[in-house]
Design a protein around this ligand. Structure first.
Ligand code: GLY
Length: 333
């Protein structure tokens, strides 16, 4: 579906009214006008709000500013928010939509590979708190996800690569044939629409089974426990995908070390990440990472659920006491 057709698409779910486009300063010069024109031509009244790009914008202050902005423009319950951007925009705009007037519609328009294959699908919305990433949020399903893969053509190489971490993750947790298909980084652009489609299908499978993330959906967090900690410890100078790549490598190593998967499986995971050019070194100690993991969402009381590898295409969830988690971290950091 093309971004220029968004007006027509939204008319299928909303009678004319107001739409607030929330976007970021790297995306606005490229796509805001196309998006706003299409919506206006379809008869909507359109407002826009541009945030500085980067995870640091996903905070409580911007969340309140967005709520105030929506109120100033008198958005009502029959109006909507359009999240035009990457994961940061999708999460923050989604959370604003979830809370404004106790919930108005949100339409997700992912402009990065990461948001196309992961964060725009499944209804998780959030902001970060000083204590950690995504610690305040809500489940709020988008009424429409407009996937236009041509928007990804302008992505800087590192932003594309960050999205590949989530693609590789998706293949490891569920689909060995997808893992085989994406082995060659030089060929990935040729098969991108097919790869995105398969990743969205797999994500939908987990979300449909467990929308509120009480069980099987945790598997989508493979690599994210260490990943989120490293991302936060770097002051978000390391982007989500790069941090998750490090987390996946360490969890694969741990899984092999503990006999939960074969050494061969861990080696294949390490090799594909290296082949795509990820730096897999972790410059933080087990202590530093453990401190952050203590406020991880996957912690429940004195235990935490870790996503471990069993084979390519199959991951499992292990509930471990926090003290054991610390000991496990020490083995791999
Ligand atoms: N990104 C993990 C999830 O949506 O559950």
């Amino acid at each position: 579906m093309k971004l220029s057709e968004i007006g027509k698409e939204v008319l299928n779910i909303q009678d004319c009214g107001k739409l607030l486009i929330i976007t970021e300063d790297t995306v606005a010069p490229l796509y805001l006008e196309t998006c706003a024109d299409s919506l206006r031509n379809a008869g909507f009244t359109v407002f826009s709000y541009i945030l500085p790009a980067g995870e640091a914008s996903k905070n409580g202050e911007n969340f309140l500013k967005l709520l105030e902005f929506a109120a100033e423009k008198s958005l009502t319950r029959s109006d909507g928010i359009v999240a035009l951007g990457g994961g940061m925009v999708g999460d923050l705009a989604g959370f604003t939509a979830a809370c404004y007037l106790r919930g108005i519609r949100v339409i997700q328009v992912p402009t990065t590979l990461l948001s196309a294959v992961d964060s725009s699908v499944g209804g998780k919305t959030a902001i970060d708190l000083p204590a950690g990433k995504n610690l305040a949020g809500a489940f709020h399903q988008p009424e429409l996800v407009l996937q236009d893969s041509s928007l990804l053509e302008t992505l800087p190489e590192d932003v594309f690569l960050a999205g590949m971490a989530e693609v590789i993750k998706t293949s490891i947790i569920y689909d060995e044939s997808l893992f085989e298909k994406i082995q060659d980084p030089k060929n990935i652009q040729n098969i991108l629409p097919e790869v995105i489609g398969r990743c969205v299908e797999i994500k939908k499978h987990f979300v449909e089974e467990d929308e509120e993330d009480r069980g099987i959906r945790h598997i989508l967090n493979f690599g994210h426990t260490i990943g989120h900690a490293v991302e936060k410890l770097s002051g978000f100078s390391l982007s989500h995908g790069f941090a998750v790549a490090k987390g996946m490598d360490r969890m694969a190593e741990l899984s092999a070390e503990e006999g939960w998967c074969s050494q061969e499986t861990a080696r294949r995971i390490h090799e594909i990440l290296v082949r795509y050019g990820f730096d897999l070194s972790v410059h933080f100690s087990a202590d530093e990472i453990f401190r952050l993991i203590q406020s991880d969402k996957k912690r429940e009381g004195n235990v935490i659920r870790l996503v471990t590898v069993e084979s390519i295409g199959q991951c499992g969830i292990r509930t471990v006491p926090m003290e054991e988690c610390r000991a496990l971290l020490e083995k791999i950091l």
